[in-house]
Design a protein around this ligand. Structure first.
Ligand SMILES: [Zn+2]
Length: 156
């Protein structure tokens, strides 16, 4: 085996910072399937007892990953997981967004749904016996924009 080559002090401290904030097992798991061959090799080595005596910094150095590379790959992986979790909530969020866009209808309160009061046409519902209210205009605009019914205006 080759002589151990120690990393410069500033690199070591950055590696220590990574290890202090995140469990090495979690780092190893996050490096799997990042699409980076060096990261895949590193995660294999971290889980391999044959490399148990080597420090995290030494393993990274062996595969050619800097502390900055590891941080970047870890953050990318976490961001992907975060996006997936956010996307899971998207149907509920969009449904909630659409609810205020729905209008309401019901019996006219003034004529109790009859359309007339003492033989005269009800002035509130014009004889229809029911009331209708339009959905919230901002919610309607958003729903129409998102679904492509209307195009975004005034933002070109
Ligand atoms: Zn009425």
């Amino acid at each position: 085996m080759k002589m151990k080559r120690l990393s410069p002090p500033h690199k070591q401290s950055l590696f220590r910072q990574i290890e202090a904030t995140t469990a090495t097992e979690e780092i190893a798991n996050s490096l799997i399937a990042t699409g980076d061959a060096r990261a895949s090799r590193l995660s294999e080595m971290m889980l391999d007892p044959a490399y148990a005596r080597m420090s995290f910094a030494q393993l990274c150095s062996r595969v050619g990953l800097s502390a900055g590379d590891v941080m970047r790959l870890y953050c990318q992986k976490q961001a992907s997981i975060a996006m997936m979790r956010m996307a899971q909530q998207l149907p509920d969020i969009m449904e909630n967004l659409a609810l205020p866009a729905l209008g309401q209808r019901g019996l006219c309160v003034k004529c109790a749904g009859k359309g007339t009061i003492s033989g005269s046409t009800c002035t509130d519902c014009c004889g229809s016996g029911e009331f209708r209210t339009m959905g919230d205009i901002r919610a309607l605009r958003l729903v129409f924009e998102i679904t492509g019914v209307t195009h975004r205006s005034g933002r070109n």
